[in-house]
Design a protein. Structure first.
Length: 606
């Protein structure tokens, strides 16, 4: 009988195991690195390795993790996004980290559940250089340890957290450099660009750009980060003018889980550049720097608001307000082609009552519509002239029974002053987050009858609790900008963005915050699939959804989030992350894995 030498056998076994381990490692596994090995990793990272200390630990008997944050400070700040952004492990929606260590008073707090690292990463690298990122991720990938990336932690679907992982925190990649004459690789031309660290927030980039007389396509809230926002697409106040943020990407510096530091642009690593242009966040590598196109700052920005509701209780009143809402929605593509952008919100139930400026009693069967519009280099009179025919058609539907108010538009001469006016309260956190998104174009809006659109709107808005009410957010964020992006700037971004006008978000899933997170989220996801995705698919079968603000339990996420880009993205994912260390919900290839918040395990599902 042939006896293999023991070391050969070990190598063979190790190779077989490494080829396709069933689960990512957990600290209960014998091969999980010892404290000494982590300490030696820390040394090779110049001491930037942090062992996770749940911030709210001080709220529990004997402060099990010795947190230095006071319990009252953690409780007081838990509902602020900036607080979580500043914590190594912090994310805005802690349910995706299994509510592992909540402070008293937080939504979902259950006293006897105690405090654990749970669904948070076990270690975090507060990275300062590409080399540190490369060392850390290769070390983890070689050991079959899950890797993730956090910029701000704002992700709506908890994709910057995960149990038993090593997290790369990018907040110190925060340089900003404006360059009016950046030589575009592979061409003899230059571009006016912003060269920005991936850990920046948009407010800081806007400020630097405006100081140079420029603007960039970025987010609608001050503290949204660049990292995941750009890779998922990225819409905002300028996207309907110039295309999404992903369409502005000329070059990225990215570290792969094999430990390679790559520059992806038009002449090298083009497949990586293509994937980062809207192919999904946190899946292909860790981006440290982006080079983004900039545009001249608008001379003026004008902002107006239209409000629509009924106080009547008769069927006529209810039909009129929904029909008027449909008329307004059908007019959006034309308004956008004429240069308007903005966001419309439609609310019902208590959500409507709470967002009313006045104390008028809105009909419980009706809807409150608030349509904020803005336009660049446009006078207030020009904006009102664009809106007048729309208002006239609303009045026609109303037959004098609806409250229709057009407020005098306000003109700003500075983009930051305008942006500030849309950011009057700080970004919230600490709640349960789950949403459903759809991209809709002329085909689903202007080309349908008022009755059709009215019926879809009435079916898509309702939440699981009628008294609580619900909200539909209609963003005028696609349209002429995405449609006119030059071919050579287009990447993996779901091509349905090119013919879409609006990105609509529906909410309202049942959320029992104190229930078991895994079961609650799965149940709410099922509710979304049954009550929202089916209606969206009936209204707009061939479009898709915006993955950064979409349903992370969408059973058809490959089609809806990635469209025709999916197959190529899967090849690129396999090429650059062969160890599949970077897992995120609804990521490319994520259907081959199963992540369970109860066990914390990430295992192959096939
Ligand atoms: C208050 C608020 C307002 C928002 N407004 C808008 C808006 O106007 N427009 C819009 O399009 N979206 C908006 N969003 C959604 C936003 O696009 C997502 O929350 C997005 O994930 C934010 O990216 P981030 O890097 O800040 O978040 P993070 O939670 O840090 O990261 C999100 C994802 O990106 C990955 N990631 C982060 N950095 C990197 C990196 N450097 N390299 C590789 N992967 C990385 C993470 O692993 C994770 O998967 C908003 C969200 C919030 C909470
Ligand atoms: C890493 O080293 C730094 C500097 O010595 C230290 O402050 C930090 O606690 C260490 N991290 C871990 C996880 O031990
Ligand atoms: C917290 O501090 C105590 C006392 O110094 C120590 O015994 C304990 O190990 C520490 N716990 C952790 C999780 O570091
Ligand atoms: C997640 O939370 C549930 C409910 O509290 C708990 O039973 C489970 O152990 C937690 N999982 C992890 C990985 O901490
Ligand atoms: C750049 O200019 C050089 C010299 O004029 C020319 O040979 C080359 O073809 C140009 N390259 C491109 C991409 O236009
Ligand atoms: C607004 O006008 C300025 C010139 O005053 C121009 O540079 C800029 O491109 C215009 N912006 C938009 C969005 O039209
Ligand atoms: C508009 O609302 C007010 C209450 O705020 C009400 O008095 C008025 O009659 C309403 N107008 C119409 C046309 O419904
Ligand atoms: C408008 O209201 C008036 C008075 O209430 C009514 O006579 C008329 O039929 C209504 N018109 C339409 C088109 O509903
Ligand atoms: C509701 O509709 C009826 C019938 O058209 C009308 O008489 C009434 O004034 C409307 N109510 C309100 C508050 O507009
Ligand atoms: C915008 O708001 C910030 C605070 O977030 C403030 O510091 C800044 O002065 C404001 N800028 C303008 C132009 O209003
Ligand atoms: C809208 O309908 C017209 C007429 O039927 C058709 O020609 C056009 O292609 C449609 N537009 C879209 C975007 O579906
Ligand atoms: C529905 O919402 C109302 C108002 O927010 C609340 O009082 C009620 O408890 C909720 N019902 C259920 C079943 O959650
Ligand atoms: C929410 O979940 C908790 C824990 O499972 C349960 O005790 C409670 O009854 C649930 N509440 C509702 C309104 O379903």
């Amino acid at each position: 009988m042939f006896l293999a030498r023991p070391d050969t056998l070990l190598i063979l076994l190790a190779t077989a195991a490494a080829a396709s381990p069933i689960c990512k490692l957990t600290p209960l596994d014998a091969s999980w690195p010892s404290p000494l090995e982590w300490a030696s990793l820390n040394t090779s990272l110049s001491g930037t390795l942090i062992k996770t200390i749940p911030a709210a630990s001080s709220c529990y008997p004997s402060n099990p993790f010795n947190s230095t944050e006071s319990c009252s400070a953690v409780s007081d700040n838990w509902d602020l996004a900036t607080f979580h952004a500043a914590l190594p492990e912090g994310i805005d929606y802690p349910i995706y980290a299994n509510n592992s260590c909540l402070p008293p008073g937080a939504q979902g707090y259950v006293e006897d559940r105690g405090c654990a690292v749970g669904g948070s990463p076990v270690y975090v690298v507060d990275a300062r250089s590409e080399e540190q990122v490369a060392t850390a991720v290769k070390w983890a990938a070689d050991r079959n340890i899950r890797v993730l990336v956090k910029g701000t932690g704002h992700d709506m679907n908890g994709r910057s957290s995960g149990a038993y992982s090593l997290s790369i925190w990018t907040r110190n990649f925060n340089s900003i450099q404006m360059n009016a004459n950046w030589p575009v690789p592979g061409s003899n031309s230059t571009e006016n660009v912003a060269i920005v660290g991936s850990g920046n927030i948009w407010y800081d980039v806007y400020s630097a750009a405006v100081a140079a007389g420029r603007v960039v396509v970025g987010g609608g809230a001050k503290d949204v980060g660049l990292g995941g926002y750009i890779q998922g697409g990225g819409h905002g106040p300028l996207s309907s003018q110039y295309g999404l943020a992903a369409d502005q990407l000329l070059q990225a510096t990215v570290v792969t889980t094999e430990g390679n530091i790559l520059v992806a642009n038009g002449v090298q690593n083009q497949d990586m550049l293509w994937a980062l242009r809207g192919g999904g966040a946190g899946q292909y590598g860790i981006v440290t720097e982006y080079v983004l196109k900039t545009y001249p700052a608008p001379a003026t920005i004008v902002s107006g608001n239209l409000e629509l509701y009924t106080t009547g209780l008769d069927n006529e009143n209810i039909t009129a307000v929904w029909d008027a809402f449909a008329v307004l929605t059908r007019s959006i593509p034309d308004l956008m082609d004429a240069g308007l952008a903005g966001v419309l919100t439609a609310s019902t139930g208590n959500v409507a009552v709470q967002s009313m400026a006045s104390t008028a009693a809105i009909s419980p069967e009706g809807v409150l519509v608030s349509h904020g519009v803005f336009g660049y280099n446009m006078t207030a009179a020009e904006m009102t002239a664009l809106m007048e025919p729309v208002i006239a058609s609303l009045q026609e539907v109303s037959n004098s029974t609806l409250n229709i108010t057009w407020s005098e538009p306000i003109t700003y001469s500075n983009f930051i002053a305008f942006f500030n006016s849309t950011n009057t309260s700080p970004s919230g956190a600490g709640q349960v987050s789950l949403m459903s998104s759809r991209l809709l174009g002329r085909d689903q809006l202007s080309n349908r009858s008022v009755a059709d659109v009215s019926s879809y709107l009435q079916r898509i808005i309702p939440g699981s609790n009628k008294t609580a009410g619900s909200l539909l957010i209609v963003g005028m964020q696609a349209g002429p900008g995405p449609a006119s992006v030059p071919e050579d700037m287009r990447g993996a971004l779901n091509p349905v963005w090119r013919s879409a006008y609006i990105h609509a978000i529906a909410l309202g899933a049942p959320m029992n915050a104190t229930a078991n997170p895994q079961e609650m989220l799965a149940g709410a996801g099922d509710w979304m699939n049954e009550n929202k995705e089916t209606i969206w698919r009936e209204w707009a079968p061939d479009t898709g959804s915006y993955m950064n603000e979409g349903n992370c339990f969408n059973t058809d996420f490959k089609h809806d989030f990635y469209g025709t880009s999916y197959d190529r993205l899967l090849e690129i994912k396999r090429k650059y992350d062969p160890s599949e260390s970077l897992f995120v919900l609804t990521g490319v290839g994520s259907d081959e894995w199963d992540y369970n918040l109860n066990s914390g395990k990430l295992c192959r599902s096939t």
